[in-house]
Design a protein around this ligand. Structure first.
Ligand SMILES: Cc1cc2nc3c(=O)[nH]c(=O)nc-3n(C[C@H](O)[C@H](O)[C@H](O)COP(=O)(O)OP(=O)(O)OC[C@H]3O[C@@H](n4cnc5c(N)ncnc54)[C@H](O)[C@@H]3O)c2cc1C
Length: 429
């Protein structure tokens, strides 16, 4: 095993959360190493941005790059009821007459690479094809990582120990530190699964609706589809439902899963989407993921921080994952820079952004529970409480840190049950 040098910050994982934190810390002159396990850009799910990402992109210097990209512009999200009726689109500019009301639908292989290139331009040492096996601790204090290049060389396991003052876990759902320290709690009421692929061709709306995300219920409201327009005339299509409904209870007599068959059966129950996909070509075999919602009980410890999906993952219905990844990356970077200034890498200092971050996540979480309440519909809710349209559009836009959106929940809780949130703890609790 080789032992290498000391970095100010080691970022584990080169997704949007990791690139964001790395860029902002390196910009302040600190020595930042980012390790990404894949040697090349890869297919990833999670392709729809929400408008509030604008502010993090601005700090990262990414706006011009995104404007110059071929990613479709997204002005709205539109829901379809179980009867196939299209409800009025939620246009983000309705509550926010600013250029930040327009966002993008991204191909993740290209988008994640753009963020990594930007990080490298801003001084981050980016190493691809390096997988972190574990985080090293001395007592409670994180002191470095054991990393492995692949493929291992003959007779050499290709392991290296790298030391860093702050270790940031941005490994996504791999959740390296969360698993190592057993921090994660699954949301018992949001055990979902998802099947997805890309199509080429098919029918899209025109004008500013062309780039919209569509969320379509199937006819019994047992599942829902997303439709996200992408470059190259592609559309990302996926279906989400209860794990038992979508996968566990649908096994073939031999116990195997036929993902294509399940996907086709669900599509059959979603006529508006089926019509849009007429003549379109499915590009990949159906992929499956069990996207349980979960969250860690701590966001930081002595010399370590969790960001993005490594801290928590919320159901994909409102496309909040990328925003939360970027936002937590940004908030963690500010906390880490402050920690270096004060020479204080305690849990309190590094996790100082935690409760604010969780409060924003909580607004999304409540709206997720509303979506899965069979008796709830946005159209019905808004006909009774038209004054809450702004609050809903603010949440769908991601404006949960800049505006108070909590005023919509007392009325919503008359129809929906919101389970208590997991409190944010610390090592001493
Ligand atoms: C079905 C589904 C649909 C979704 N749709 C949307 C959507 O439309 N919009 C949206 O905003 N979000 C969506 N999401 C969520 C979104 O994909 C994630 O929230 C987002 O990718 C989180 O970013 P991240 O940087 O935290 O993690 P990731 O993007 O997962 O990045 C983590 C990185 O760490 C690397 N890594 C992992 N382990 C190691 C290791 N040991 N060593 C080194 N590197 C490692 C991985 O290779 C990866 O590149 C969806 C999620 C699911 C499951």
């Amino acid at each position: 095993m080789n032992t290498y040098q000391n970095y100010d910050t080691i970022i584990i994982g080169g997704g949007p959360a990791g690139s964001t934190a790395a860029t902002l810390i390196a910009e302040k002159g600190y020595r930042v190493l980012l390790l990404e396990r894949y040697a090349e850009p890869t297919f990833k799910i999670g392709e729809s941005l929400i408008p509030a990402t604008y502010w993090t992109f601005k700090r990262l210097g990414m706006l011009d790059k995104l404007r110059a990209s071929h990613f479709p512009q997204k002005f709205s999200v539109q829901f379809f009821t179980r009867t196939g009726k299209a409800t009025n689109p939620f246009y983000f500019f309705d509550t926010n007459p600013h250029e930040s009301a327009v966002t993008w639908q991204v191909l993740r292989s290209e988008f994640d690479q753009m963020l990594l290139d930007n990080a490298a331009e801003k001084g981050v040492e980016v190493r691809r094809g390096i997988s972190v096996r574990k985080v090293l601790f001395e007592g409670e204090k994180a002191i470095g990582v054991v990393a492995q290049g692949r493929p291992p060389r003959d007779g050499n396991n290709n392991l290296e120990t790298i030391h860093g003052t702050v270790i940031v876990d941005s490994t996504g759902q791999r959740s390296l530190i969360g698993r190592q320290l057993d921090l994660n709690t699954i949301e018992p009421n949001l055990k979902k699964a998802s099947l997805f692929t890309h199509y080429e061709g098919g029918h899209r709306d025109e004008g500013i609706d062309e780039g919209a995300t569509l969320i379509l219920h199937t006819k019994d409201k047992d599942s829902w589809f997303w439709s996200i327009p992408l470059p190259y005339n592609r559309t990302s299509i996926g279906v989400v439902g209860e794990l038992d409904y979508l996968l566990q209870n649908r096994r073939e007599p031999d116990g195997k899963l036929n993902a294509q068959k399940i996907f086709d059966e669900e599509l059959q129950k979603c006529q508006p989407l089926k019509q849009r996909l007429e003549g379109a070509k499915q590009l990949y075999p159906i992929q499956t993921t069990k996207d349980f919602s979960y969250r860690a009980s701590r966001i930081a410890g002595e010399n370590w921080v969790l960001i993005g999906d490594a801290f928590g993952f919320l159901d994909p219905v409102y496309s909040t994952g990328l925003f939360l990844a970027l936002k937590s990356g940004e908030m963690a970077a500010d906390a880490i820079i402050e920690a270096f200034r004060e020479n204080d890498f305690s849990e309190t200092r590094l996790g100082s952004f935690g409760q604010t971050f969780v409060n924003g996540m909580e607004a999304f979480r409540k709206l997720v529970y509303a979506f899965y309440t069979k008796e709830f519909s946005f159209a019905r809710f808004l006909s009774e409480y038209p004054q809450h349209l702004g609050g809903i559009v603010d949440i769908l836009s991601g404006d949960v840190y800049r505006r108070d959106v909590t005023h919509i929940f007392p009325a919503m809780s008359k129809v929906c049950y919101f389970p208590p949130e997991v409190p944010l703890g610390s090592a001493t609790q």
